[in-house]
Design a protein around this ligand. Structure first.
Ligand code: FAD
Length: 510
């Protein structure tokens, strides 16, 4: 039977059972499409990263003898959307069946279902054979529960997959070493220079420009620094094991002006494109840990495993349990526009200048920059979550809706009313100052609340708690913050609120 098989840009799993045998009757299709580049405005590095990884993947399939039809963005005959591409190929090759792997994005899932219904030939959808969990496993696990506690999901996953377990107990006697994962980085231990992939992508950028795809952000055309083949991804994983994991947990939450990556792995693009599977990442890191047990503390490794086995799978499960409604949630009724400096990094607030500047330069920021610096400001300024989501989905090389929206709208913006995060992640300048050196050379003073050069975060923080209080009055995790709010002198609170209002209109006016 002559079959057409679709491989989406984030389905670059060379270990998928589809590829076990070479079959002359099977044609694979891969396509760079305006349908995908234009759904939000993307960072140029994200577009380059995905297209390059797709092209490499297609070449590797061809080398193995598979038949591949590949549509480049610049190809004049590229219809630029899935429906036409599939129909065109079915006619061209007289195909008898259409097959696809289940997409991870709701929009594409709907589109492929609709295309399948319209086709006159049979269709079949396959698992992508990437995740530990199926789409609805988290939903089954929590069934009717209102709160979807990540910690209970994570423990179930540890037991089910027998990861870091001694019998039915967690290795090291604890499930969670979070308390020891909160160190500030003060120059020691030394951070190894990141693994650089130094790729010349000049031609691809020209193609993208010629196709008139609108992008934003910066790129060094001769020095593209992301892994886009399976081999490069494996090298990055080895680099993480050998050089970084031993300090991963300790400095997971640290912030530093001169260190973009600290001890973070940079593996999210490798995994989200499916060049690497989460299982091989966890297995490789654990093999390394067990072989070097005297040198690596369990807290470093458990912290890493939790991010992938816990948070990553959890976010996928929440996405499929709650979409499509999730993308419309705005529990805190935030409606302000996204500040302009999100697009150019041009602000006197050093923490935001650095974190946003880095996002624009490298299409990367680590978790705490995304959550406690950038997301914190967006939430404190009561920004519309639609705008926040569009920015996050565009800017990061690893941003795919299933993991972006749950983190942004859920964890960071509390727009789901506390489904993912048990409290809003907000902070004043105090936290930023505690976790790094951003405040050191800042125009603003982190310890001042009012008056010239007082850090805007301080007024915004108290104003946020005051204005949004009715939304989390009953939340026990907010008790301490609200008690401190109650102790504030009404006049001071008034002045803070007035100042916050002005900052929201014009963030750098003071
Ligand atoms: P490391 O710190 O080395 O962590 C290892 C891996 O754990 C990551 O590669 C990632 O796969 C996984 N991981 C860690 N935290 C999370 C998390 N909260 N949710 C899911 N997986 C996690 N991650 C994305 O992959 N795509 C996104 O679009 C995305 N958007 C985010 C938006 C916000 C507002 C926040 C707060 C977090 C977001 N994250 C996202 C999660 C996390 O910030 C990134 O996965 C991480 O920064 C990627 O860098 P790394 O590979 O060096 O991660």
């Amino acid at each position: 039977m002559k079959i057409l098989r679709l491989i989406l840009g984030d389905q670059l799993n060379s270990n998928h059972s589809w590829f076990k045998n070479v079959d002359e009757e099977v044609i694979y299709v891969m396509a760079e499409m305006r349908q995908e580049t234009d759904n939000v405005k993307h960072h140029i590095q994200k577009v380059v990263g995905f297209f390059l990884a797709m092209r490499n993947f297609s070449e590797s399939l061809k080398k193995k003898g598979h038949r591949v039809e590949y549509f480049k963005i610049s190809d004049g005959k590229n219809p630029q959307n899935l429906q036409e591409i599939i129909q065109q190929l079915i006619q061209k090759h007289d195909l008898e069946k259409f097959e696809y792997q289940l997409p991870d994005e709701y929009r594409l899932d709907q589109q492929l279902k609709s295309i399948s219904q319209q086709l006159s030939i049979p269709t079949e959808a396959y698992d992508s054979e990437h995740f530990y969990t199926s789409r609805d496993e988290l939903g089954q696990f929590f069934k009717a529960k209102k709160q979807l506690l990540m910690e209970s999901f994570y423990r179930m996953m540890r037991k089910k997959h027998n990861i870091m377990m001694v019998g039915d107990q967690p290795e090291g006697g604890k499930w969670n070493f979070d308390q020891s994962n909160r160190k500030k980085w003060d120059g020691e231990p030394k951070i190894p220079k990141e693994l650089n992939f130094k790729k010349d992508v000049t031609e691809l950028i020209t193609e993208i420009e010629k196709a008139e795809v609108t992008t934003f952000g910066n790129i060094d055309p001769k020095n593209f620094n992301w892994p886009t083949t399976r081999k490069e991804c494996q090298e990055l994983l080895s680099f993480f094991c050998e050089k970084l994991v031993k300090h991963f947990g300790d400095y997971q939450d640290a912030l530093h002006t001169e260190e973009k990556y600290l001890f973070h792995s940079r593996l999210s693009f490798a995994m989200n494109s499916k060049l690497l599977s989460p299982k091989e990442v966890i297995d490789t890191v654990l093999d390394h840990y067990y072989a070097h047990k005297g040198e690596i503390n369990i807290s470093q490794v458990e912290g890493f495993v939790r991010q992938i086995l816990g948070w990553r799978e959890y976010m996928r499960g929440v996405y499929w349990k709650k979409m499509p409604n999730y993308s419309k949630l705005n529990h805190l009724e935030n409606h302000n526009p996204l500040p302009k400096f999100f697009w150019d990094g041009n602000t006197k607030m050093n923490c935001l200048k650095k974190a946003i500047g880095q996002s624009l330069d490298d299409a990367y920021a680590h978790h705490i920059q995304r959550l406690m610096v950038i997301g914190n400001f967006a939430l404190l300024t009561q920004t519309n979550p639609d705008e926040v989501d569009a920015w996050y989905l565009g800017v990061y090389i690893d941003a795919l809706e299933w993991v972006e929206i749950t983190n942004t709208r859920g964890m960071s913006q509390y727009a789901d009313g506390g489904l993912v995060a048990t409290k809003p992640y907000v902070s004043s300048a105090n936290y930023i100052n505690k976790m790094g050196n951003y405040c050191k050379n800042c125009y603003y003073s982190h310890s001042k609340k009012i008056g010239k050069k007082a850090c805007p975060l301080n007024a915004l923080y108290w104003n946020f708690l005051h204005e949004k209080r009715p939304f989390f009055e009953e939340n026990p995790r907010m008790g301490m913050m609200l008690r401190l709010l109650d102790k504030k002198d009404p006049e001071e609170l008034n002045a803070l609120s007035e100042r916050a209002e002005k900052i929201i209109k014009n963030p750098d006016a003071f």
